[in-house]
Design a protein around this ligand. Structure first.
Ligand SMILES: [Zn+2]
Length: 402
């Protein structure tokens, strides 16, 4: 066992207790006020130099460093609903310990990773190490509804690098596909359903559009696989079954590889829709905006998308993170891409090179019987501690790399 692992072992019971308290405090999107207070108290007790919440209710802990580049740890506080508690073998907010694991909603997404960041970054204080640059540990609101908290956070904090804590089984994640919500709308002309000739029925144009999607060629990369598209919701402007509606629209869930921008997707779909229109109808493809209120009553209006992100496998930050974690965890750390979207996309879109790292098995996220093993949680504390202490130093040694 090396020093970092030994330091992490010393706080094992405290980390487990903190993770259990986080799971026992429900924090659905927009209702993170109570858990924010718990995280703020813990950071203060752990000796963070400054702890505050911003206007959106994100919690920020600062460990002041020397004049080097600033590093941000980023993790969300909210989680998805539990679904029917009867489908769980433990009460979902119990945080029970069984088989050397902590069980409950959020164990891997996101309370285990959050506990591992809050404790991991602060461990250097116990070891008497001063960080190269400022270290921000941020616990953000409303990630599960589109990264609302991180987008607000970036208005006041702009670090040089970031580590996103989402379950990666202690591997380095270097990207993921994005998600873009698109609405394709056809406007025809309403008419009495007894006389179809008098109207322009939007359903037929939209049906042709949907069939085109079924055979659409999607862009592919070796790293991220293919973009995908799935029609989800369908609606019209009518409630009466005996009226031809004037408008019909369909929602599409498009998962894009990093090489494909939301603008490109929108333009491509607009072309296809225009091709499917009759002489008298019009068609519009839009990315809708959604408005959310955080628990502090801060209102954010944002387009319905999570940007994709992808650092090349040979990017210096990926190398530095792998080297740091190889040493800390004494193993050959795999480098992966995530299947799900994270706030890493928003961070990269703001020009902040980002990698992902956390304990926890991502395939358990959003499922019943979510759990995190205590050994992996503590290894995550050691890993984050190593990233806080050595990532920036290892990065500067890498400057001659591609
Ligand atoms: Zn998550």
């Amino acid at each position: 066992m090396n020093n970092l692992q030994a330091e992490a072992e010393k706080v094992r019971d405290k980390v487990v207790g903190f993770c259990q308290r986080l799971i026992q405090t429900p924090s659905l999107p927009g209702a993170e006020g109570e858990i924010a207070g718990i995280i703020q108290d813990e950071m203060e007790n752990l000796g963070y130099d400054e702890v505050w919440t911003d206007v959106a209710g994100n919690v920020i802990g600062l460990l002041r460093g020397r004049s080097g580049p600033a590093l941000m740890f980023n993790c969300h506080m909210d989680h998805v609903d539990t679904g029917d508690p009867a489908r769980w073998s433990v009460p979902p907010y119990s945080g029970e310990i069984e088989d050397d694991a902590i069980w409950g909603r959020g164990a891997v997404d996101i309370k285990g990773p959050l506990a591992a960041q809050v404790y991991g970054a602060s461990l250097m204080r116990n070891a008497g190490v001063e960080p190269t640059g400022d270290i921000f540990v941020t616990a953000v609101v409303m990630e599960e509804v589109g990264g609302i908290g991180t987008q607000a956070l970036l208005e006041t904090i702009h670090p040089d690098f970031a580590v996103v804590g989402e379950p990666s089984s202690l591997r380095v994640a270097r990207g993921h596909r994005g998600r873009v919500e698109v609405i394709a709308r056809v406007r025809g002309r309403a008419a009495h359903a007894s006389a179809p000739d008098r109207g322009v029925n939007p359903h037929y144009d939209l049906a042709q559009f949907l069939l085109r999607l079924q055979t659409l060629e999607m862009r592919t990369t070796p790293d991220f696989g293919s973009s995908t598209v799935a029609p989800t919701l369908y609606d019209t402007d009518q409630f009466s079954a005996n009226v031809i509606p004037s408008e019909a629209w369909v929602h599409l869930d498009w998962r894009n590889i990093p090489e494909e921008s939301p603008e490109e997707i929108q333009a491509r779909l607009q072309n296809i829709l225009s091709d499917c229109l009759s002489d008298e109808s019009e068609g519009f493809v839009t990315v809708p905006k959604h408005t959310f209120d955080t628990y502090t009553n801060y209102t954010v209006t944002a387009p319905a998308l999570f940007p994709s992100f992808g650092l090349p496998a040979d990017h210096p930050l990926v190398f530095a993170a792998k080297r740091t974690l190889d040493e800390a965890l004494q193993r050959d750390t795999p480098v992966i891409v995530w299947h799900f979207a994270t706030d890493g996309g928003h961070l990269m879109a703001a020009g902040i090179p980002t990698i992902g790292f956390a304990p926890g098995d991502g395939t358990l996220a959003h499922t019943s019987d979510e759990y995190i093993t205590i050994d992996e949680l503590i290894a995550g504390v050691a890993g984050n501690s190593a990233l806080a202490q050595n990532l920036v130093a290892n990065l500067s040694q890498n400057e001659d790399l591609p």
